[in-house]
Design a protein around this ligand. Structure first.
Ligand SMILES: C[S@@+](CC[C@H](N)C(=O)[O-])C[C@H]1O[C@@H](n2cnc3c(N)ncnc32)[C@H](O)[C@@H]1O
Length: 248
């Protein structure tokens, strides 16, 4: 019995040590972290997951809302394309995706459609969109990106977005957010406890309240609307979300 307990705890310690070494390695090695994140995102992005795709396609990225010259911030593996590929209101699409290891997944995923408009994908960050002309974009879309943009840069992203949008142009988004520490102390505590690990696995993602960025945007945008939503995802710690729209 004693030998058995020793064996179980010995094996557990070994597994924990291996995970710790793996995490330490990923923390130091940005390229491996980005490659791993890209493959995790590709595996997790399921276009047949009807609940999340319904939120993306029928609530956020409706054909009547996404039109003209479209810019996507954090295009990832192209998981928004089931909502965009047959949108005849789109004139062109530019995706910004700084993690170049996502790019091959993006192209592989979208090749299943014969998309009628021009598609560009660049590795530029949305914090500096100097290569995009002011007042040139009709619609900006962004899904689950700001958690990976360190403070105070999300505010810069919203300002840059305002500069490149045409007057009347819209910026639509969904983000997952930190739970409210007063109404959901358990989930908030859990999010904070796993954040160091989440940061490494999620390539810099942190649990943040987010809405203060959108409140600050009221100083520059003509209209700022957002609402809290429950995200239809299996992991309870990422089910708190916010979706909204900024109008220039
Ligand atoms: C959690 S993934 C979401 C991907 C996709 N939008 C989706 O809905 O599944 C966050 C993405 O934002 C990208 N990202 C992070 N910082 C960025 C920045 N400063 N500018 C543009 N994209 C960024 C990451 O590389 C990653 O692909």
């Amino acid at each position: 019995m004693r030998r058995c307990i020793k064996l179980v705890f010995g094996s557990l310690s070994f597994i924990v040590a291996l995970i710790a070494i793996g995490m330490g390695y990923l923390k130091l090695d940005g390229i491996s972290r980005q490659k791993l994140f890209a493959s995790v995102m590709y595996t997790m992005s399921d276009p047949n997951d009807t609940r999340i795709m319904n939120l993306r396609c029928n609530e956020l990225l409706k054909h009547s809302t996404v039109k003209g010259h479209v810019l996507e911030i954090g295009a990832g593996t192209g998981i928004n394309f089931p909502c965009l590929h047959n949108n005849t209101n789109i004139e062109s699409y530019t995706g910004l995706e700084p993690n170049i290891h996502m790019h091959s997944y993006f192209y592989k995923f979208i090749q299943q459609w014969d998309i009628p408009y021009e598609i560009r994908l660049s590795n530029n960050s949305a914090t500096d969109m100097h290569h995009i002309e002011a007042n040139s974009v009709h619609t900006i879309i962004m899904t689950f990106v700001l958690c990976s943009v360190p403070d105070p840069l999300p505010e810069k992203v919203l300002l840059e977005a305002h500069r490149i949008l045409k007057p009347g142009g819209t910026f639509i988004f969904i983000e997952h957010i930190a739970a409210n520490s007063e109404t959901n102390p358990f989930t908030y505590g859990f999010q904070k406890a796993i954040e160091p690990l989440w940061f490494i696995i999620g390539d810099g993602c942190q649990f943040k309240p987010m809405t203060h960025y959108f409140d600050a945007a009221k100083n520059v945008y003509s209209k700022v609307d957002y609402e809290y939503i429950d995200l239809p995802v299996p992991l309870f710690m990422i089910k708190y979300g916010v979706k909204g729209k900024l109008v220039k």
